[in-house]
Design a protein. Structure first.
Length: 76
């Protein structure tokens, strides 16, 4: 049985809610329409808190900002 962690979004669907899952992720697991699946549902916590410290850069932030602004137009 295939198993993976997927992030989806709840959307209003008539008087109900529907769960949208990425086609790419579904294809990776070999899932198709009408397949039966088992869900474990957990509300996602604060995404900013989850991301804090997750990305590591080889350069300091000030240097990255300076590089990103190097090619900005002088008309802005």
């Amino acid at each position: 049985m295939a198993s993976d962690v997927m992030i989806g979004k709840l959307r209003k669907w008539g008087n109900s809610m529907g769960l949208l899952l990425s086609k790419k992720e579904l294809n990776k697991l070999g899932l198709k329409e009408h397949d039966e699946i088992m869900l474990t549902i957990q509300k996602k916590s604060n995404p900013l808190r989850e991301m804090f410290g997750a990305m590591k850069f080889s350069k300091p932030t000030a240097e990255l900002l300076k590089e990103s602004r190097k090619n900005e137009s002088k008309f802005w």
